[in-house]
Design a binder for this molecule. Structure first.
Ligand code: THU
Length: 130
């Protein structure tokens, strides 16, 4: 697996986004330690509070497929700006993919690399409940 493949999977996933309300089409792809790639897109609902972001779709799908060791998470939106995960997704990333490198990808073929610690410093996490 090369990183470009992961990014292509995130781009592909963005095209499947169900976002008739925001028209903001997000794709995510998570790479497991074993080399598997699992995709996610945002899925909206007329009851807006039920919208699910691409990042959580990808991570929840991966868990449902029995995967739990993640090394990279790519996030793509077809625009020149980088799109960072929302607060809810950051909390989920801390829980499920604490060691993953996060790749924000824009439509200029640029990549911004972030650690989980960078996207959510001082997190509340499982260690607090130990
Ligand atoms: N969204 C994502 O899927 N991921 C992000 O990182 C930012 C926001 C979605 C949620 C909603 O469907 C739409 O983008 C607008 O907020």
């Amino acid at each position: 697996m090369n990183e470009n493949e992961l990014i292509q999977k995130a781009i592909e996933a963005s095209k499947r986004a169900y976002a008739p309300y925001s028209k903001f089409y997000v794709g995510a792809a998570v790479l497991t330690k074993s080399g598997k790639i699992i995709q996610g897109c945002n899925v909206e609902n007329a009851s807006y509070g039920l919208c699910n972001c691409a990042e959580r779709t990808a991570l929840f799908s991966a868990i449902a497929q029995g995967e739990n060791d993640f090394v990279k998470l790519a996030i793509y939106v077809d625009r020149p700006q980088f799109t960072a995960p929302c607060g809810a997704c950051r909390q989920v990333i801390v829980e499920l993919a604490p060691n993953a490198e996060i790749l924000l990808v824009n439509n200029k073929n640029e990549i911004k690399r972030l650690s989980v610690e960078q996207v959510l410093p001082y997190s509340f996490n499982s260690a607090d409940l130990a």
